[in-house]
Design a protein around this ligand. Structure first.
Ligand code: FES
Ligand code: FES
Length: 175
């Protein structure tokens, strides 16, 4: 029989974690998932909704692998709680383009060989879409600066910069 967990020091029975329904709109589709209130948006996507395109690198806001778009703005999904985003319009890499019709950033990443292992790529592309939405980066230096929160351990920065610059130059609009 399953036993209730107890506190190691006091022997007290631990309370079950409080879970409740959280309504999230992901890539235009409404989802309702049972989550503990401390579940990050990143864990909600990956562990509860099988949207594993969004990657967990550091889990501490330092690498950008977990970048998603919330109401068009890029955020680190490891640094925010899922319950804080009820009703928000959340876009993950799965919502940008399709296999048959790649998003312009995805096509540019392919064309410029802008990845090696690919682990940082979903975050790079979501961040670049956020950059486009912001409309502030025009030069290579500005793109470098405003993409600096997205690290690439493979060092594919030359290709990433070229890919993002190409799309910026074309003036691609918000998805
Ligand atoms: Fe979120 Fe690294 S996993 S910033
Ligand atoms: Fe490997 Fe960026 S392509 S971490």
């Amino acid at each position: 029989m399953h036993e209730q967990p107890t506190h190691a020091a006091t022997g007290a029975v631990a309370a079950p974690p409080p879970v409740g329904p959280v309504r999230l709109i992901i890539n235009g589709t409404a989802h309702e998932v049972e989550l503990a209130p401390w579940t990050t948006l990143l864990d909600a996507l990956r562990e509860y909704m099988q949207l594993t395109g969004t990657k967990k690198g550091c889990d501490h806001g330092q690498c950008g692998a977990c970048t998603v778009l919330v109401n068009g703005k890029r955020i680190n999904s490891c640094l925010t709680l899922a319950v804080m985003h009820e009703g928000d319009d959340i876009t993950t890499i799965e919502g940008l383009g399709t296999v048959e019709a790649l998003h312009p950033l995805q096509q540019a990443f392919v064309d410029h060989d802008a990845f090696q292992c690919g682990y940082c790529t979903p975050g790079q592309i979501c961040s670049a879409q956020g950059l486009l939405n912001e409309g502030k980066a025009h030069t290579e230096d500005e793109i470098r600066e405003m993409m600096s929160g997205n690290l690439c351990r493979c060092g594919a920065y030359v290709g990433i910069l070229a890919a993002v610059k190409e799309v910026v130059d074309k003036g691609e609009k918000v998805k």
